[in-house]
Design a protein around this ligand. Structure first.
Ligand SMILES: *Cc1c(COP(=O)(O)O)cnc(C)c1O
Length: 429
């Protein structure tokens, strides 16, 4: 029998071990352009895979409901202190298991059942947790929405202001999952104050840019700031809430016991490591390269004649209108054809889309993950051309064979994680 405490996973559970190795290969061999994904450092991975997964630590550092929390306290306090330092926030809660749970806790803290929220329309770039009818936010609260202008495809702040005056929301929600432009948190804060609303800024996508001053910060303008930790911030899968001292207690109470039980201390350890990385100077260099790469990719795609929603990008992502009102292919078809050549993207609705969300007229592309791998403008130029070739001729086996080879060649030039087998072979050899 294998020893419970020392067996490695390849002996203990070959099915799962093989799936993990296959996933390593998939991530290493392909080109990852999903805008919400990234690759964490080995240090973050190591922290996430530790015995802190065994520990119950309900409560907060120094005030726990369980014994034996002295080291969990070290980890959580470090994560809190680093998060506050990164964003210049008065208070941080690092326990939300995900971005959705962070938002749930803020809505619980800021609203009574049935109150009105004003959030960005999902099909214009917003998120499910900002008031979608199938989400807790749309089920428990009255929802009004705002969106982008039909011409510019950028947020229509005048319409947002009119909607706020009309609907008198208690909470205005801003931040997006598929919006390629800078968000004016200053203006949104002013609009909210004008109607007596509070603001939740959800910076799940742009947190890394905000952390390094490359996107204006919502912290001075918004009562609540939520984010995921796994997108541009490049930490483990999780959530984070930043707020002012006056809301510290109500936010902490809303996370635990409001919407969660015990925190994931192993993940909080990984968040602390990632936040430490985000405080280093080279993190700003990395974020600047994400922006430079997004611009290069946008220029390359535009150069091939493809249309970008809003005409370009200010941040890490772009939306490509592959349907072009019927001349092209759907987002769903584009996603599938690109998958076949190991370029990973997601279909996405574009503003005023005529296709259903599961089909969609667009694809969403982001540069955080490939930038982590070390790719720069020349690679982005080439990737834009590969994407265009596939989107223009999604049925051509010749094009697919050629692009698949180009993808493999490019991926091989930017090595990253190794599977356990490769590591062992390397150590032995
Ligand atoms: C990704 C995202 C979330 C949700 O994060 P999960 O960790 O998947 O729950 C919330 N808000 C926005 C704007 C997002 O982009």
């Amino acid at each position: 029998m294998v020893n419970f405490f020392t067996a490695d996973i390849s002996e203990a559970d070959p099915l799962i071990s093989n799936a993990i190795n296959d996933e390593v290969r998939r991530q290493v061999d392909g080109l990852e352009l999903i805008a919400s994904e990234n690759f964490v450092s080995e240090a973050v991975l190591e922290a996430a895979g530790t015995v802190f997964t065994n520990k119950y630590a309900e409560g907060y550092p120094g005030k726990r409901y369980y014994g034996g929390c002295e080291f969990a306290d070290v980890v959580e306090q470090a994560a809190i202190d680093r998060a506050k330092e990164i964003f210049g926030a008065e208070h941080a809660n690092v326990q939300p298991h995900s971005g959705a749970q962070a938002n749930m806790a803020v809505l619980l803290a800021a609203l009574d059942h049935g109150d009105t929220i004003l959030g960005m329309n999902l099909s214009h770039g917003g998120h499910l947790t900002h008031g979608h009818p199938l989400n807790f936010s749309g089920i428990n609260y009255k929802v009004a929405d705002y969106g982008v202008d039909r011409e510019s495809e950028q947020i229509d702040y005048d319409a947002l202001e009119r909607s706020a005056e009309e609907n008198r929301p208690k909470l205005l929600i801003c931040g997006a999952s598929a919006y390629p432009r800078t968000i004016d948190f200053d203006r949104i804060g002013a609009i909210a104050r004008g109607v007596g609303a509070k603001v939740m800024a959800d910076i799940a996508h742009i947190a890394g840019l905000v952390a390094t001053g490359l996107h204006p910060s919502p912290v001075p303008h918004c009562e609540f700031v939520t984010t995921t930790t796994h997108k541009t911030l490049r930490g483990p899968r999780g959530g984070l809430i930043l707020t002012r001292e006056e809301f510290a207690k109500v936010i902490d109470r809303s996370v635990f016991p409001g919407v969660q039980g015990g925190p994931l201390v192993h993940i909080i350890a990984a968040k602390a490591v990632a936040f430490g990385e985000a405080l280093r100077d080279d993190f700003k260099t990395y974020q600047q390269q994400i922006l430079d790469n997004a611009k290069a990719l946008a220029d390359s795609l535009s150069g091939t004649g493809l249309r970008l929603v809003s005409g370009g990008t200010d941040n890490h992502l772009l939306l490509v209108d592959v349907y072009e009102g019927g001349k092209g292919i759907t987002g769903k078809e584009a996603e599938k054809a690109l998958d076949e050549v190991h370029i990973t993207v997601n279909k996405n609705t574009i503003p005023f889309d005529t296709q259903k969300p599961f089909v969609a007229s667009g694809i969403r592309l982001g540069t955080p993950a490939l930038t982590t791998r070390g790719m720069k403008e020349p690679e982005m130029q080439k990737i834009g051309e590969m994407i265009a070739a596939i989107v223009r001729e999604p049925k051509s086996d010749d094009v697919k064979t050629r692009v698949r080879e180009e993808v493999a060649e490019m991926a091989a030039r930017f090595p990253m994680y190794r599977s356990r087998g490769e590591r062992d072979a390397n150590a032995a050899g």
